[in-house]
Design a protein around this ligand. Sequence first.
Ligand code: SF4
Length: 663
Amino acid sequence: MTAYKRLKTREVKIGNLLLGNNHPVRVQTMTTTDTMDTLATVEQTIRCIEAGAELVRITAPSKKEAENLLNIKNELHRRGYFVPLVADIHFTPNAAEIAATIVEKVRVNPGNYVDKKKFEQIDYTDAEYAEEIERIRERFTPLVKICRQYGTAMRIGTNHGSLSDRIMSRYGDTAMGMVESAMEFLRIARNEDYHNIILSMKSSNPLVMVQAYRLLISHMTAEFGECYPLHLGVTEAGDGEDGRIKSAIGIGTLMEDGIGDTIRVSLTEDPELEIPVCRDIVKRYTEQRISRTITTAIPPIEKLPYSPFEYKRRQTFAVKNIGNKQVPVVIADLSKIEKITPAHLQSVGYTYDLVTDKWTIGDMAADYIFTGHQLLDFALPGTVKVIVYPATWQVADDKNTYFPIFEDSGYTAADVVSDQLNFVMMDCFSDNTSVNNFTWLDELANDPHVVLCLSSVNILAMHAVRRMMVELMSRNISNPVVFITDSNWSTADEHLIHYATETGALLLEGLGDGICLGMSSNAYNDISSLTVSGRNYIANASVEQFINNTSFSILQATRTRISKTEYISCPSCGRTLFDLQETTAKIRSVTNHLKGVKIAIMGCIVNGPGEMADADFGYVGSGIGKITLYRGKEVVKRNIESSIAVDELISLLKESDAWVDAI
Ligand code: SF4
């Protein structure tokens, strides 16, 4: 946890591609075309390969699609493309057995390979449970044998949302259930001496996903003394910045700890757009990490004071609205703006109306702004407070609005401090500091007016900050903590991924009571475009607005602070029954004011309902031009015409008291 080292896994061969055992992290995606449309699938596959995909997955819902994989493969070879293909299988062992003789890899979902989900709770005796495992062995072993014979690789891909009734009945909807679901299949494969296996533990909730992978590694190591390679991904992540942030939090948190042999970023966008995001995530661990320049050793951890397998927020006391059980605060850095005006506050959630002389406060309004040496010459909305350097704070008249930020030991040495709230910056192991050097920390420990602000320019900044959190916990220091995360990357995508990974990894551990994201001066001055993967998601945004949106999206994705509607939309595939991108955009445009409501938009009725996990409402394709609406897992309106489905969804939200009119 204090040095970067990749997890050693078995080597797996997928066609000519080697994966695991410290081979480069492979990037992959999945086509969205109809598998029976050979030409469209070939052409989309080629676009993915040219974008950099090293593996391309294609759905094979039934035998005929599985058979057509041969035509697709032959046409790709004829055109000079030899990237390994993966058949995606759900519910149809027959299709898997055909596909395994054609393509280089098959993906099976242990939640639905043998079992059909009926959402039933069944109490199994141990003998009945063992009988079920035997039934799975009988149905799964033929595929294992074919894979061994043909040299075909296999992914045992568990999804949080599609665990079988049997697993749900015994383990519940838990990370442990996901692990056991995969382990049952893995044990059967190992018994057949088949090891060309990759595993995945996907969820649309990055927290569940991270815990499941960690648990799986621990269980594989304990039971087999080795690990199989891991395919990382967050399912149904959605689109735009939110999709990228959710994915980067889940995948990035694990990759920071050297976990992961191949990744897929599932976006409700064209599959080739997933690849640049994958590459931006992976390059943080391969290229020189340009955002951080200092590499020094971080002191080892003797005893981890929390469990990496379960979420428990670190206990702190409150200093004003920071810490204890309060949601993490967002601090907006406005210090690079030469002269801050009311218009600048609009970018961080506060809109001033000159006529009424009133401020409107948005759901994503920053709690604090950092202005450096600037005092503001206009009246602020009552909810926002200002953080300034100590000399500026001393001359500020309003000590209920302005609060000082000190450099580490500067606080204990200062003549005057705030009697309400002081921020104290702590650099974490950027240079060769031993934990014994932080004597000043003991002087301010548990000072009821101090919030610590942790940052690091160590090349392993997340590790350095996490190490300091461990130090605080082991010294029983309960002051709230804000993470300051600067980025020195270049593009909006790179910044997004940096912020999501560095802060998301800490928030998922239950650490942190606030975040403050910033850019180095070079990055701030050089950023020429705020478009994300070539799309302008934030029209006319300033850097400050981009960062503020990102801050709230990170808190939302880690489920530590909910400030907007959450969309769980599948990436679509050959089973999709409507234009998912267009429909997602339409639903988003009419529901994006419903703070905290989770809406799933799923392409097909076969997998959609199972995979939408913990959504409050579901909009699921159930036939050509037909939509079925769900409240939780319950079908509420079946097979309605798609032309009226969005209006029907709104009616359903109203009937369920989940609707409010937009302001
Ligand atoms: S839910 Fe979406 S991605 Fe999953 S199988 Fe159905 S259409 Fe394909």
